[in-house]
Each structure stands twice: as structure tokens, then as C-alpha cells.
Ligand binder design. Sequence first.
Ligand SMILES: Nc1nc2c(c(=O)[nH]1)N[C@H]1C(S)=C(S)[C@@H](COP(=O)(O)OP(=O)(O)OC[C@H]3O[C@@H](n4cnc5c(=O)[nH]c(N)nc54)[C@H](O)[C@@H]3O)O[C@H]1N2
Ligand SMILES: Nc1nc2c(c(=O)[nH]1)N[C@H]1C(S)=C(S)[C@@H](COP(=O)(O)OP(=O)(O)OC[C@H]3O[C@@H](n4cnc5c(=O)[nH]c(N)nc54)[C@H](O)[C@@H]3O)O[C@H]1N2
Ligand SMILES: [Mo]
Length: 742
Amino acid sequence: MSSEAAGSTENQAKIVRTTSAFDCGGRCPLRLKVVNNEIVNIEGDDAPEPEQLRACLRCRALRKYVHHPDRLQYPLKRVGEKGKGEFERISWDEALDTIIEKMTHVKETYGNESIFMASNGGYLGALHGGGGLFKVMSMFGGYTTHYGNVSSEGAVWAVLTQYGSVMVGHSREDLLNSKLIILWGWDPARMISGTNTMYHLIKAKENGAKVICIDPRYNDSGSLLAEQWIPIRPGTDAAMMAAMANVMIKEVLQDQPFLDKYTVGFDKYKDYVMGDEDGVEKTPAWAEEISGVPAQTIIDLAREYATTKPATLMDCQGPARSATGEQYVRSAMTLCAMTGNVGKAGGGAGGGLMGIPVGHMFRGSGIPGMKNPAEAGGKSVRGTLDLELRLQKRFHTNKMFDAILKGKKGGYPADIKMAWFVANNYLNQLGNTNKNAEALKALDFMVSSELFLTPTARYADIILPVSSVAEKNDLTRPWPSGPYYTAVNKAIEPLGECKSDWEIACALADKLGYTDFNPYTESEWLKMFVELNPETGPQIKDNDKFREEGIHRVKLDEPVVAFKKEIEDPENNPFSTPSGKIEIFSQRLADTNNPLTPPIPKYMSAKEDHTDPLTKKFPLQLLTPHPRNRVHSELYKVDWLKETHPHTVWINPRDAEPRGLKNDDEVYVFNERGKLIIPVFVTEKIVHGVVAIFEGAWYDPDENGVCRGGCVNVLTLDEHSGGGASVLKTALVEVELAKEGE
Ligand SMILES: Nc1nc2c(c(=O)[nH]1)N[C@H]1C(S)=C(S)[C@@H](COP(=O)(O)OP(=O)(O)OC[C@H]3O[C@@H](n4cnc5c(=O)[nH]c(N)nc54)[C@H](O)[C@@H]3O)O[C@H]1N2
Ligand SMILES: Nc1nc2c(c(=O)[nH]1)N[C@H]1C(S)=C(S)[C@@H](COP(=O)(O)OP(=O)(O)OC[C@H]3O[C@@H](n4cnc5c(=O)[nH]c(N)nc54)[C@H](O)[C@@H]3O)O[C@H]1N2
Ligand SMILES: [Mo]
């Protein structure tokens, strides 16, 4: 722990240099001022430009989260109906004994596969996160879990198809080398995407780069940086991209030598784009009809992108979290190759993930894991693009509640009796929340490890209170770009009887008699993680200094450029695909013969997009962006943050007027899955035919089933795309004025 004396008038005041561990797009270095076990003030990084990593509004409000009066401080058992929120304090012994009794009963009666473990990114530390608990459960004989990164599976699947690698990003200072930056469904002013990203985007703009924003919403980054906003109908990007390819091919603007040397299958994409494959040429006029983007705008952008070198097309994960999301990412990567921008400084490979292989290693470098015995057997999933193989022992993440409800009869690999939710609020955060609530009611036994009584935790039989990031020492990681490493330093003693997930795992292991579960102290573990990690080991020579400062900045000799060596020296550095090249056509996909995952990228329509006949009943497409003032549903309780960004539904005046809606009216937003009530924000910042509600507001159903909290997932689908993306951005809704008295 780091502490500096801070003046004699404030008794025992200390400054702790640390960071957060949220599942956020950044990682802010913080200085917490602590008096009498209370954080009284927060300041950000004090490094000079250009290294300074300026803290965001969420981290600046951290003390209101840590010390929130609603923080859970003691183990609880449910005494009322599921979901009603009536709980009674119990001891840790009673809580853990009850859990062990139920685990043992399920194991003996139904088998280990009937225990479901759900974990996500609520806490991204290396030691104190949920990993330890998963190890205990493996030692206990195993469990069923879920597959598919809820954030980015569409993008992950797409990059593995085309590049064979997830490291598709450039370090952010390379933006200064770009002449044209296309923000295609990417809004880093809000979702951050690396704490230093906006700084470098602003510098790039000052440096003369032109910035263009393509998004159904005039988003925060677009309004700050862009010279042009191109509004687009959701789910139609692959059509616009195919039309851009059409223009480039017709005007011979593509970088043919690059395509010949580094890619396979461009001819097949060309056949699709020129209409030789299916008789439909993918012209700008064709794409205008689908996407709503004027043909001339598409032509102009195609010419500009093909002739301005170097240029970077920054696609992201959001539009990929949709019914055909991987097609958007694959099409974007194809344009990056057609313009010869892959592997070049100031260029970009697309691929939506933006990670660089620096500052990446602390998550998952934690406790040595153990194979889950309940997943033994089955066909190998290594290197496969066939989702079915990945789901032979697991549930798809966005299907976990359907699987709990339907079990083996519904075609899932297990019948679940008991579930443990660790560091997630999935009832609220996955598609189709009303159905999710039914699934939680159907469980025989449920545990939640939480800091707050979240909508998910309200259904638990036992709740275990978890310490916050200010109450432990750990290592965390910047998300996704670095280049730096961060240490979490303990600022205050745990509130009440809170324990970290790791401490809970140790206590459980102890009661189960696994005596060798935790052979090291906290500081030994953390030191080992740094030393044994092949990346940090050689970098961080002085662990004490690193912990004291809470950060180690990596000095790069030159900006990191994805696939630089593959492009500069292809003979010695093939791409990690079967062909060793960028696979615009994928034989692996051709072999799976799945119409949802064609071997070349294509525009495809989908259920609940703008072409669905259901639009007659529910005519508006629903966007669900990530909230500026929260991390998903975390920080929801913090009043300071609530004030910065009132929860509303965005609607275009052309859609508001015929419905008789004006600003601040309370409206219902609904479809066949659910209904919520929310004030309306009438704005031209969203395209006609589309509405937006930020995800993460807490589910709060009234007696009529109307969600008073405005949780957008009462409206979304619990489905996945062909490549495994959670379909959280494709849904149709209607909006109407809420009736008086309701
Ligand atoms: N403040 C804040 N930052 C966060 C998070 C948070 O909750 N709050 N969450 C973090 C996490 S876990 C993740 S995964 C990332 C997510 O980051 P993203 O996935 O990038 O974020 P989203 O808000 O889902 O979507 C980005 C943008 O895509 C636009 N969009 C939606 N559909 C389409 C489409 O069909 N076409 C086009 N062109 N654009 C479309 C949206 O309007 C939005 O502006 O953010 C991280 N950062
Ligand atoms: N409609 C729609 N839905 C979405 C998205 C979208 O774009 N649209 N985005 C999706 C994405 S990208 C993501 S990543 C998911 C996020 O889904 P979740 O991970 O379920 O969302 P969070 O709200 O971050 O929930 C994290 C929970 O962990 C708790 N927590 C914090 N620290 C700890 C800890 O140390 N231990 C334990 N046990 N708990 C802790 C917090 O209190 C919080 O309740 O949401 C998805 N949901
Ligand atoms: Mo995410």
C-alpha cells in the first residue's frame, strides 16, 4: 500500500495511489484521499502530458459507490418471495454451510453438471476475482457454465475467421499518423476504448486528420470530432460496405497488389459485390435502399477512403452485438485490406477489438486454474469456427436463462438445479429480462456474490457481501490498449463483514477440507503474478515501486501496429489462418456449410430488423448503447452520476410527432417480450425509425409487469448470431404516451 502524509490538520489522512477494476473501456489511475477509513476525495493521474491518463466521471465518483448506504455488508438469506427483496442477516458460517449442504445435495442427486456457475467482468482483478471460486467448484467435481463473450463474440469470431488473431489494434498514438479516421459504430468519448484514446484522437484532429462518424446516433465522439456524421439504419453496415467495395472495384481504386500478396478469396467477394454470385449487384443505390445512406454519400466515402493514405476504419463491438454482427466486422476488415491499410502505420486492420499485446496480461493470469471435470469428453473445440462444438458442454451466454428453464428437454447439455452468480447482473444485462426472472424463480437454489442488492441478487437464496476495489490489493489491466500496467492498492478496511471473491473461495475450500488451496499470502501471489508473467516479468523490475505508484507505464520505441511483421516480412510471418493469409474467403466456414455464416462477408437481413414484417406492429428499431454515467448496471445507485445523464428514450421528431410526443413526456416502450416506462428525449441526434435507450438501468417491474426502472433488456432478444454474438442490438419496439394515472 502506498501512503503519503498529507498535512497535520487532517488527522491520519493518507493518499493511496490505485485504480478501479470495472468492466469499463478504460483504466484510470487514481489518488484516493482517505481519512478514518473513509475516502473523502479523489484526484486523477498527475503525470504530465502526453502520458497523463485523465480520469473519467465514473472513477471520480468512486467514493459515492464504495461508501454508498445501500452497500451490502453482511451475508443474507432470503425470507420473502423471490424477487421481492426481503432478506435477513445471517453469519458467514451459516451462509457457507447452507451453500455446501445444497451443493452436495445437487451433486449427489443430479450430478455436478446441474450446478451452474455464471461469471463476468464486474471485477477485473487478477487475484480477488471469481476465478478462485471456479477452481473450488472444479475441485468439487465440476459445474456447467456459459460460452460466448457477451461484449465481443461477434468481433472475436470475425477476427479469428479472417486474421486468426485477436490482437488487431494499434497503440493510440499511431492515430497521429492517420489522415482519415472513420469512426464506424465507435464512440470512445463515451466507452473510452483505452484511457488515452480521446487525447490522441483530438491530437490527430489538430494534426489535420479528417474524422467521419457513421452511427444511427450523433454520438459523443462524433459531436466532438467529426466533420461529417453519416446516419445509418442499424444492422445495415455490411450492405453499405459492400457498396463501397463496388465503387472501388468499378473505379479500380482497390490496392490489388496488396490483395494479391496478402489475402485469399477476394475474387469470391468481388463476385458477390458485382452480382455475379446472386444476380444482385451491390450498387450504392442498392445499399441506399437498405441502409438509408444516400448513394452519393457512399460513393464519396468509398473514393475518399480508397485514395487517402494512410486511413483507419475503426469499427467496434457494439454494432457486432447483433443478429448478424460478425458480417459487419468481416466486411470492415475486407475494406481495410482492399485499401491496403492493414499492417501500416496510420492505417488499421479493423476487427473491432482494438487490443494491443501490451498491458494485457493481468486478467486471467490469476490463480492457476484446473480443468472442469464436468466438461471432460466431447470433441475438441481448438481452432473451430463451428459454434455447435463450443456449445456441446456449455450454454450460450445469452441463452443461459432459456437453458435453465428448458434444460436437456430443450436441447441443452444439462438440467440446472442450483446457480451461483459472481460479478454479474445477468438478469438485467442479458436479453429478455422478464423471461430471465422466470428462470431464476425456477431454480431450487441460488447464490449471489454482490456489493449491492441488484435485480439479479433479489432472486438469490443466499447473498454473500463482496468487498469493493478500495478494500483489497490486486492487479488489474487497462482495457484494451495500454500501454501500461496498474496495481489496485487497498485504501480502506473492508466494510462490515465483506470478503473478496477470492477470500470467499478460500473460506469455502477450507470448509470443504481442501487444505492446499491457498499456499501463499496476498502479497506473495501478486508478486508472483508480476514475476512469472512473460510480459511483465522483464518490464517491472521494482515491484515495490510499481505497487507504491499504482502504475507502470511502458515506453514504446514506436507505435504498435497490428500485423506489421506479417505485412513487412510475410515469408517468415504468415497470418495465423490455415492459408497463412487474410481470409476474405474462409474454407473453414465453407466446410461448416451454415447459411448463417457464409464463407465471405455478406449483408444479411435478420429477425427483428427493419425488413421484418413485424415492423407493422413494432415499427421502431431499438438501440441499446452503453451508458456514459455507469458501467452497465454498476454505479446505478450513485446520485451524482444519475444527475449527469437522465435516463430517457431518444426519438427523432419525425417519429415523435405522429405519436403526439414531446420532450419529457412519460412513454411506454414495448414489444411482445416486455414494456417499460421512461421519459422521452425528442432529438435529431437519432435517425428516423430508430429509438435508443442506454443499457444498465435496474429492472423494477410493477404489478402489471411494466418495468418502472427502464431496464432496456425487457425488450431485447435472448438469442445469438451465427458466429455467437449476443443479440442485444436487434429488436423492434413501439412507443406510445403513457396513460394518465398509470
Ligand atoms: N461509459 C461506459 N463505458 C463502457 C462501458 C459502459 O458500460 N459504460 N462498457 C464497456 C464494455 S464492457 C464494452 S463491451 C464496451 C462496449 O463498447 P461498444 O460496443 O463500442 O459500445 P456500444 O454503446 O454498445 O455501441 C457503440 C456505438 O455503436 C452504435 N451502433 C449501434 N448499432 C449500430 C449499427 O448497426 N451500425 C452502426 N454503424 N452503429 C451502431 C451505437 O449507437 C453506439 O454509439 O464499452 C466499454 N466502455
Ligand atoms: N441491451 C444491451 N445489453 C447489454 C449490452 C448492450 O450493449 N446492450 N452490453 C453487454 C455487455 S458488452 C456486457 S460486458 C454486459 C455486462 O453485464 P454484467 O457484467 O452483468 O454487468 P454489470 O452491470 O457490470 O454487473 C457487474 C456486477 O458485478 C458486481 N461486482 C462488482 N465488483 C464485484 C466483485 O468484486 N465481486 C462480485 N462478486 N461482484 C462484483 C457489481 O455490483 C455488478 O452488479 O452487459 C451486456 N448487456
Ligand atoms: Mo462488454
